[in-house]
Design a protein around this ligand. Sequence first.
Ligand SMILES: [Zn+2]
Length: 291
Amino acid sequence: MDVARYYPAGPATKAAYRLDREDDMDIGRGRRGIIVLAAFAAAACASSGVNKGDFNLVSYQEEWQLGAQLEQDIARQMPLVRDATLVNYVSRIGQRIVSQTELAQAPWEFHVVSDNQVNAFNIPGGHVYVNTGLICANDNVAELAGVMAHEISHGVSRHATEQLSKAYGANILVGLALGANPPIYQQLLAQIIAGGTFARFSRDAENESDRLGVLYMYNAGYDPVGMVTMFQELISRRKSRPSSVENFFSSHPITEDRIEEVRIQIQQLPPKPNLILRDGEFENMQRRVGC
Ligand SMILES: [Zn+2]
């Protein structure tokens, strides 16, 4: 496995993580999770205000274990794209954005779902899924990066496990008891498989993900205007072809107000030369998808 791919920014603990990752081949996910998560959870708390004071009963370690199990079950039940060139392209965009976040040291993974619906979603534990329908609906890489930055921000902010904590309280850890086939886990999985969605996020969670997403993509070098034009595209598709964006809107209600707030935030960012709108590869990827 190409471990360097996960760490484009080269954080301080990269070397330590790489050892754990190699270890993982022999000793399984459990120990790797404990060592790695202890390191990045500490970094995440120290570096910013993200997640400070938010109610969450699920530890980083439990969240990443949950994500690993969901990933396996999703891979069995959703039509994932196996084209390594395409998946690597999407992963490179994702890792470039992740490198600017508070969870840069965590093992994130990016997946492409063969589905014409315009959708993307985040599940706990650093997994982001992008539908082929989204890639086809984007005009340029900045639009794809905009949606991905928004999903990554849900993950960094831990909105999914916060919502589970609020919904199930102290029962959540029993309800997710991994490997025991508990009902809460099965319900979550079924929801993801059926709808390409984890949850309906609150307006606050959406605003936080927009705000962080703009910053992360801008810091990663992508033109944040891509987020605005993609949101506009989603709204216009909702009018012309509502079924094609139904799942996206069910988990992330986009409104003109939200777009306006993003636009205002972008205007306040310092000018930055060479922000990426087009990258010379994106159209080739659309051809690979067969858009
Ligand atoms: Zn959202």
